[in-house]
Design a protein around this ligand. Sequence first.
Ligand code: EPU
Length: 294
Amino acid sequence: MIWPTSLNKRVKLNEPLKLHTTFKIGGPAKYLFEPKDIDELKLAVNLAKNNKIKIFILGNGSNLLVLDRGVSAIVIKLSGEHFRKIIFKFNSLRTGAGVLLQELIKRSSLRGLSGFEFLSGIPATVGGALMMNAGTPSFSISDLVEQIKVMDYNGKIKILKKQDLKFAYRQSHLSKFIILEAVFKLRKSSVNKIKNTIRECWKRRSQTQELSWASAGCVFKNPRLDSAGRLIDLCGLKGRQSGQAFISDKHANFIINKGKASSQDILKLMGMIKKEVKKKFNIELEPEIITWKN
Ligand code: EPU
C-alpha cells in the first residue's frame, strides 16, 4: 500500500503494539498512523477502504489485548493536537477523542466542574471510554455525554445527539464509527469538594485494585447483580499463573503481566477462569477486554 507523501512522516511501519497497551503485550501493527487532523484521518480511511485493509482505532490501549502475531492493518491513534483539545463553555465542555480522562478530570476540577470524578484512575482516552462506556457499577461516562461527533468508515462526518446515542453497561453502539470529539455537561461545585472525591476514588482503587503491575483493568464484565472478581475469587483462582501472567492476589478480575507474558498466557488464564466460573456457578463470564484479531 502506498501512502501519500504528505502523510509519510506520521506513519510507522511494524510498530510494536506492546509499546501502546497497558498490558505491555502485543505484536507489530503493519502501519501505525497518527493523523494531525480530520482531513488526514479521512485520507487514511479512504486509503484503507480502497486497499481493503482493516482499521483499528487505538486509544490509550488500556482495555486491549493484542495478539503476539500483531495485526496486519492500519492502527490509528488520535494523538495529534487537533484530537487533544478541550474547550470549556459555561458548564459544558467539548473534548477531542484523544484526550486522556485524567487530563479531563484535572482541567474540569480546576474550574469547579463536577461529574468526571468517578473516572479517576481509569487510564483511558475519551474515545476509548465512550466506545466501551467506561465507569463503575454505579456511574458510566454515558451519564454525562450530550453529543458525539463521529466519522464513519466511508469518511463521512456525523453528529450524534443525546437521543441518538444508545449505551448499556460497558457497551455502546459506536463501533461502526470513529469517535472524533464529544460534548459533556457537568455541574458547578467547589474545587475542594471535587478534589476530595477524586482523592477518595483513587484511594479506593489503590486499596482494591492491582495498580503496580501492567494489566488491562477488569478482564471480565460483571454479571448482573454480581461481581466477576468475587466469583473468580470464590473459585480459588487468585495467584494462578501462565508464563509471566498471573491472576492478581488483590483483585481476582485483574490479570497482571509480571514481565514478558505472551498474549497466549492471558488467553489461557481467561479460558481457565471462564471454565471454572461456569462449573461452580453456572455463569457465563463475558470478556470486558477487547482482543484485536484480523
Ligand atoms: N471481590 C472479591 N474478591 C476479589 C475482588 C472483588 O471478593 O478478588 C468483591 C469485593 O469485596 C466487593 C465486590 O467483589 O464486595 C465488588 O468488587 P469491587 O468493589 O472491587 O468492584 P468490581 O465490581 O470488581 C467494578 C468495575 C471496575 C471499577 C470498580 C470501581 C467492572 C467489571 N468492574 O469492579 O472497573 O473500577 O467497580 O467501583 O465493572 C474496569 O472496568 O476495568 C474496572 C476495573
